[in-house]
Design a protein around this ligand. Structure first.
Ligand SMILES: [Zn+2]
Length: 598
């Protein structure tokens, strides 16, 4: 973790803070066996499924999967960064923290604060201008014409107006607020006139409706300005500054994150007005990309809050292209992607205005998996009455299908495509198989997690065993390479455990949780921690599990080679099929009882 507080102090703070005390300050807990239970603060429920273990110093919700240690709980409840939580708890439990060491980092901190304060001052000024009877009239007229003159909404977002003059904000911030030109240039609010001598500056935003752009923590990091006439560009953004990096943030996420988590779904829209309209009508789990293509950094942001995304982009071709790019980015992050197509000519803003939010939510139920909608659209806009037309559809859809790494899911979509496009032509089917085979990905299909941590799920069992006994944990590490684990989540936990062992750390769930980013794994870890299982004979169980995992890994390898051999046989590659047959023979011999390979 990149901060200046040494690990031993973090450990000290952790050990002096009690999760039961911290959680009790926020909700009512009742004792239940070893643990405490209460109504989850992260999702709405009527029967308590939020569980706290004072012994393990962790919490886990069986309803929504929220889970973590004392740091995580405060981060989530109060929307603070890890570092801020550590500082806060340090103050409470009397641990003295060192000052940030290098002057550099504190200078950076100072600059950040200075830029944030400039932005806040600018926002306040823009808001005042919009309210001004004379100065803000044109802007008000424009907002009214778009049905956006809702004072509560405008105040909530801090929407303002930049006057058309050349030095309006410049003079205000310089003379009234006493900021230097250099600082205002750094903040991106003014520009240096090209070729002019130093100091000849003018306002970047002139005659524009101003949208404050906030990061996930609600800090005002940039602005976007929209013209009210026909000028170009329609939207103008702040340049990159020490606060703002393009493509790293999403408009509205600071306000939407709680709803996104509670509903485990995010609606991704295109425009500022779309997002605000949805919010105005109580549809709170929405964010907007605002004219830029969705980036991997944005997908990561979303992934920390949900696994389910729905793209609602304009039905024009630009919108569709943006949706397609967005799909790829979200897919890479392992998020599920649906798409909602609104009737032609509508965006969320116009749709909600015309038909109301209830109808919009009704529409939302028709959101389809992106791939399905892509297949259908391609077929509808193509001509599948001829073999050539069919081939064209296949050629358009195929590249998309090859991006899906999960082979089970992919073959399902191949089936949908062949059915919908009426691909009974054997030649086309063969083409399809070929293309997919060439792109065959080594990624394994996800195995279903067996929730019961018994012998029937040795991978989960072994994680419990490692937590229960240090000596056994070392044995597992010696005897089981991580690639033997089929379940990718458990494999990541095992990788983390091995790493902790290497670093000489204790194997404890509350410690491990800090090292994990992915929500699914956090959830799994806190669940494992809160539900320890009793073992009869830990040593024997460990050996049984190691053996079972080895055997299954070998079985899978044999299956894969068998498949390759059969393919080679069908293709008439006799030499290769013989080689594979020999390999099979060798592998099978290692499966003889008592000869499980290490
Ligand atoms: Zn919950």
């Amino acid at each position: 973790m990149k901060h200046y507080i040494p690990d031993h102090l973090i450990e000290e703070i952790r050990s002096r803070s009690d999760i039961l005390e911290v959680v009790s300050a926020n909700l009512i807990l009742k004792k239940s066996g070893q643990n405490y239970k209460g109504l989850c603060p992260f999702h709405s429920e009527k029967t308590p499924s939020f569980t706290v273990s004072p012994e393990k110093q962790i919490y886990h919700c069986f309803g929504c999967g929220a889970g973590g240690n004392v740091f995580k709980f405060i981060m989530e409840m109060e929307d603070l960064s890890f570092l801020d939580v550590v500082k806060k708890l340090a103050g409470k439990c009397g641990v003295e923290l060192p000052n940030p060491k290098s002057g550099k980092s504190s200078a950076r901190q100072n600059e950040r604060e200075m830029l944030l304060s400039i932005n806040e001052k600018a926002r306040a000024y823009f808001v005042r201008l919009l309210k001004d009877d004379e100065g803000g009239r044109a802007a008000k007229e424009y907002l009214k014409s778009r049905n956006f003159y809702d004072e509560n909404l405008l105040a909530e977002y801090g929407i303002g107006w930049a006057a058309p003059g050349w030095k309006d904000i410049l003079i205000h911030l310089q003379n009234k607020e006493k900021y230097s030109r250099t600082d205002l240039l750094r903040a991106g609010l003014i520009k240096q006139k090209e070729g002019a001598e130093e100091g000849n500056c003018y306002d970047r935003f002139r005659g524009r409706i101003m949208f404050p752009f906030k990061d996930i923590h609600g800090s005002l990091i940039a602005f976007a300005g929209r013209v009210i006439g026909d000028d170009e560009p329609k939207y103008l953004n702040s340049p990159e500054t020490p606060l703002y990096v393009k493509g790293k943030h999403l408009f509205g996420l600071d306000r939407a994150r709680e709803a996104i988590r509670k509903q485990n779904r995010v609606l991704i829209m295109e425009g500022y007005f779309d997002q605000m309209r949805a919010r105005q009508h109580g549809i709170r789990n929405t964010v907007a990309t605002c004219g830029t293509a969705l980036t991997p950094a944005q997908a990561t942001l979303l992934k920390n809050h949900t696994s389910r995304t729905t793209l609602i982009f304009d039905s024009d071709s630009a919108g569709q292209a943006a949706a397609e790019r967005g799909f790829g980015v979200l897919l890479e992050e392992g998020l599920s992607v649906e798409v909602l197509s609104l009737p032609k000519g509508h965006d969320p803003d116009s749709y909600i205005q015309q038909f109301g939010p209830e109808k919009f939510l009704e529409e939302l139920k028709n959101a389809r998996p992106f791939v399905e909608s892509y297949i259908i659209n391609t077929i509808e806009s193509g001509d599948i009455s001829t073999p050539a037309g069919k081939m064209e559809v296949v050629n358009i859809v195929l590249p998309l299908l090859t991006r899906i790494k999960n082979t089970v899911e992919r073959s399902e979509w191949v089936r949908v495509l062949t059915e919908r496009a009426e691909l009974d032509d054997q030649a086309i089917l063969a083409e399809l198989k070929n293309a997919i085979k060439q792109d065959r990905n080594v990624a394994r299909p996800p195995t279903k997690i067996d929730e019961r941590p018994g012998k029937q799920n040795p991978e989960l069992y072994i994680v419990h065993l490692m937590l229960a006994d240090k000596k056994l944990a070392l044995q597992v590490k010696d005897e089981l390479p991580t690639d033997k684990f089929e379940d990718s989540n458990l494999r990541q936990i095992i990788e983390l455990f091995y790493q902790l062992i290497d670093e000489g750390c204790e194997l404890r769930v509350d410690l491990a949780i800090d090292r994990v980013k992915e929500p699914a794994i956090k959830t799994l870890l806190s669940k494992i921690g809160i539900e320890p299982i009793p073992f009869d004979d830990q040593e024997r169980s460990t050996n049984d599990c190691i053996q079972a995992i080895n055997k299954r890994s070998l079985d899978l390898k044999i299956e894969e080679i068998k498949k390759q051999r059969n393919e080679a046989l069908i293709a008439g590659e006799s030499e290769r099929s013989q080689q594979l047959q020999d390999q099979l023979h060798e592998l099978r011999s290692t499966l003889m009882p008592g000869q499980i390979p290490a």
